[in-house]
Write a protein that binds this ligand. Structure first.
Ligand SMILES: *Cc1c(COP(=O)(O)O)cnc(C)c1O
Length: 385
């Protein structure tokens, strides 16, 4: 079935298939059986393999069983769901937080609860696919502002004729570019125009800010971002997502978000792992420090090898290749040299900007980082990158 469509994808270098990945020692994994340094995981602090998470999950599995058995409003709310929501609210400095089953479910569930037909959404041009889908589901009018451009955003708001609600949405850290949204300026634009502001902290939670609370903490604008979404499956090493804000917001989401209402709750053991992750986040600040050092030494080493990258404070380091087929060859070349970093191609990124998206974690050693840089330099010499 679908031979024609699939062969078109293959010809365009856009065909994708899943590789099977098994943890090995340290930052190494077995990719379809071949050992490689993992350079494309979002487990930025190395918490997915942390014993504290596994032990908490195991204890909860014995106490609560595997599945939640129902949606949150029917029979799926355990004390662990409540406790996790309470602890997320403490981290974020908000009145409350509501859990979702994934970041994808949070965005596609929350956005249509906040805006509807007759309202308007103002969305950054590089926002994540789950935000785009959430906007489409809402039936609100969508206006796209230029990436990271508060002035363009302000102009669109000024020209907007809607009499309904107006919602600005941005990634905190952009997932495929690793740059940080200019949140202080966006907060000011939102306040000046009386628009609601939502930030997606999928890649910022646990990474940015002195306590790892995310983009608002990074910029010192806590309390001025009314809708803060984030995920538990990236730097926190667990699974699931949240939206944090005041009680009115969380009550509305519990009543109106279809992905909250009509889907089985997160397994309690997953909530237990997330609670343990928040504990590790607080008790082991060295992980964020190590991550920052690793990001610095990778970008410095790449520049010394004449591979241009911008300075950054996030673990996402994109090497733009351009052509999709070339990105696939580069990824294959890296795997041959013992480095696992997948090619990111359209429609995940705009046409003509296919890339190798490197990510750093707190688990990478200095030797790992040198090996990655050597592999990339070798590809560069061979004209593959
Ligand atoms: C990963 C990601 C999501 C989706 O989160 P999941 O928990 O993986 O579903 C949402 N938004 C952004 C910006 C992301 O990078």
């Amino acid at each position: 079935m679908f031979e024609q469509e699939l062969s078109e994808l293959k010809q365009a270098g856009l065909f994708r298939a899943t590789a099977t990945v098994v943890p090995d020692a340290g930052a190494r994994v077995l990719v379809d059986g071949h050992s490689a340094i993992l350079c494309c995981s979002n487990d930025y602090l190395g918490l997915a393999g942390h014993p504290a998470l596994a032990e908490s999950a195991r204890d909860a599995l014995h106490r609560y069983g595997v599945g939640a058995g129902g949606s949150r409003l029917v029979s799926g709310t355990s004390p662990l769901h409540k406790e996790l929501e309470r602890q997320i609210a403490v981290l974020k400095g908000t009145q409350d937080a509501v859990l979702f089953n994934s970041g994808y479910a949070a965005n596609t569930g929350a956005i249509p609860a906040l805006v509807r037909e007759g309202d308007a959404v103002f969305s950054d041009s590089l926002n994540h696919a789950s935000i785009i889908d959430g906007c489409r589901l809402s039936r609100a009018q969508v206006q796209i502002y230029r990436h990271g451009d508060p002035e363009h955003l302000s102009g669109l708001l000024r020209g907007s004729r809607t009499s309904g609600r107006r919602l600005i949405i941005t990634d905190g850290v952009f997932s495929m570019d690793g740059d940080i949204a200019p949140l202080r300026e966006i907060v000011e634009v939102a306040e000046r125009h009386g628009a609601m502001l939502m930030v997606d902290d999928a890649h910022a939670t646990g990474v940015l800010g002195t306590r790892g609370a995310g983009t608002a903490e990074h910029f010192g604008v806590e309390g001025r971002v009314p809708v803060q979404m984030g995920t538990l499956g990236k730097a926190l090493g667990s699974f699931g997502a949240y939206v944090a804000g005041d009680r009115g917001l969380t009550d509305l989401l519990r009543n109106r978000s279809r992905s909250f209402l009509y889907s089985t709750a997160l397994p309690p053991a997953v909530c237990a792992a997330s609670i343990a992750a928040l504990g590790v986040l607080e008790k082991e600040p060295w992980r964020r420090e190590r991550l920052r050092e690793n990001i610095r030494s990778l970008t410095r080493g790449l520049r010394e090898a004449d591979i241009g990258v911008a300075d950054r404070e996030t673990p996402i380091v994109p090497l733009i290749v351009g052509d999709a087929g070339k990105a696939v060859s580069a990824s294959r070349g890296l795997l041959d040299r013992g480095v696992f970093a997948t090619a990111i191609r359209p429609p995940t990124v705009p046409e003509g900007t296919a890339r190798i998206r490197l990510t750093m974690t707190a688990v990478h050693t200095a030797e790992d980082i040198s090996a990655v840089i050597s592999a990339l330099a070798d590809l560069r010499r061979g004209g593959i990158l």
